[in-house]
Design a protein around this ligand. Structure first.
Ligand code: ZN
Length: 126
């Protein structure tokens, strides 16, 4: 069984629910076992590994929290949303540790103060 973090809403135990309709591919979702008082559910995924990763990523790492560059930096090359007052935009850190954007080095002009991971891309319908 893969390791699931507790429910982010109530701290309850989370479990994987598998739906395997006859003749179709199985789908997986994670649900809080505290059905009566919480009932948190996470959306359907095609594989167990995906749903576990999605659930575990959700817990703890809020999508809307800026990370100060003094606390932590993204891995070089990782696309992130960077903030340089008063702007935000997609940027990345070069191998030599310089903030870049669309191929130019930003550090000479702007001071990046915060960043956050890019949101998940939209999932394909169907
Ligand atoms: Zn819960």
């Amino acid at each position: 069984m893969p390791e699931l973090k507790p429910c982010p809403f109530c701290g309850g135990e989370a479990r994987i629910i598998v739906s395997h309709p006859a003749g179709a591919y199985p789908s997986y979702y994670v649900a809080c076992s505290n059905i009566k008082d919480c009932g948190a559910k996470f959306e359907w995924y095609d594989t167990e590994a995906e749903v576990v990763a999605a659930w575990n990523r959700r817990e703890g790492a809020s999508m809307n929290e800026w990370i100060s560059v003094e606390d932590r930096l993204p891995s070089p090359g990782e696309r992130v949303i960077a903030a340089w007052f008063p702007m935000t935009g997609e940027a990345y850190l070069s191998q030599s540790g310089k903030w870049c954007r669309s191929g130019y080095i930003m550090d000479t002009v702007y001071t990046i103060t915060h960043w956050m991971p890019l949101p998940e891309p939209p999932r394909k319908e169907g």
